[in-house]
Design a protein around this ligand. Structure first.
Ligand code: NAP
Length: 247
């Protein structure tokens, strides 16, 4: 059975990836930080449909916690075929001139260091050069990486640009070790993340300005993620898939 670890898999885009991965036959490890109930609910749904799922608490920015999380995957599944680096945070809308070092550090720790640490642990297990069977990694970036997100969260946009550079470098570094590394850029997707910015109606307000006239759904993002992970994308690495409704 193919296995997958999805960080931040209890809610939003990560939860949609977990459900679709289970439908495609993966045993799914659902990581969460603090919302255990949400992660357990997704796992229960997968098991009720006949699939295999576990939940693992870990803050992806904490190296020891990440190592423990992957050790748990080893124990439960024995091997790892796929990683979705999905866990990510935003902060309240602000201009750069008003950002504290603490805010910027937290953004980088979760969105950048977290993605690096999980990718590192995945590569150590997947790499054919280290006795692994190969695998695939999808990093969840954002269209913000290209737009810069002025007056909202330039720190977040910059963290996603770093995730994109990680994608390019790691893909080239591990291509001959049987690992593919790609990134997906969601546009405006209808999840709870927007409330954290202090703009809970952001999706309703901004949807009409998108070429397709609406925000995307987590399920539409998951379709792209699962394609990038699949054998259908066997010759695709180091690249980016925009799932943005045309913007
Ligand atoms: P969401 O609904 O707010 O869910 C975020 C998930 O990340 C939650 O499961 C949360 O865990 C987890 N998480 C946060 N910090 C974590 C940490 N330190 N360690 C482990 N898990 C952590 O967000 P979303 O909208 O689905 O976003 C998912 C990804 O897509 C993010 O990387 C985001 O930047 C990206 N993205 C989203 C949009 C959008 O419009 N929604 C657009 C572009 C890119 P808990 O459940 O335990 O809190």
């Amino acid at each position: 059975m193919k296995t997958i670890l999805i960080t931040g898999g209890g809610r939003g885009i990560g939860a949609a990836c977990a459900r679709l991965a289970a439908q495609r036959g993966y045993a799914v490890a659902i990581n969460y930080q603090s919302n255990r109930a949400a992660a357990d609910a997704v796992a229960a749904e997968i098991r009720a449909a006949g699939g295999r799922a576990i939940t693992i608490a870990a803050d992806v920015s904490d190296e020891t916690a990440v190592e423990r999380m992957f050790a748990r995957v080893d124990e439960e599944f024995g091997h790892l075929d796929a990683l979705v680096n999905n866990a990510g945070i935003v902060d309240r809308a602000a201009r750069v001139e008003d950002m504290t070092a603490a805010r910027i550090d937290r953004m980088m720790r979760v969105n950048v260091t977290g993605a690096f640490l999980c990718a590192r642990e995945a590569v150590r297990r997947m790499s054919k050069a280290r006795g692994g069977q190969g695998g695939a990694i999808v990093n969840i970036s954002s269209k913000a990486a290209l737009l810069g997100s002025p007056n909202s969260y330039v720190d977040y946009a910059a963290s996603k640009a770093a995730v994109e550079t990680l994608t390019i470098g790691l893909a080239a570094e591990t291509a001959r070790d049987g690992i593919r590394v790609n990134a997906l850029r969601p546009g405006l997707i209808d999840t709870e993340i927007h409330a954290v910015m202090g703009i809970p109606d952001r999706v309703a307000r901004m949807g009409p300005s998108i070429p397709m006239g609406r925000a995307g759904t987590p399920e539409e993002v998951a379709q792209g993620v699962l394609w990038l992970l699949s054998d259908e994308a066997a010759y695709v690495t180091g690249t980016f898939l925009d799932v943005t409704g045309g913007r």
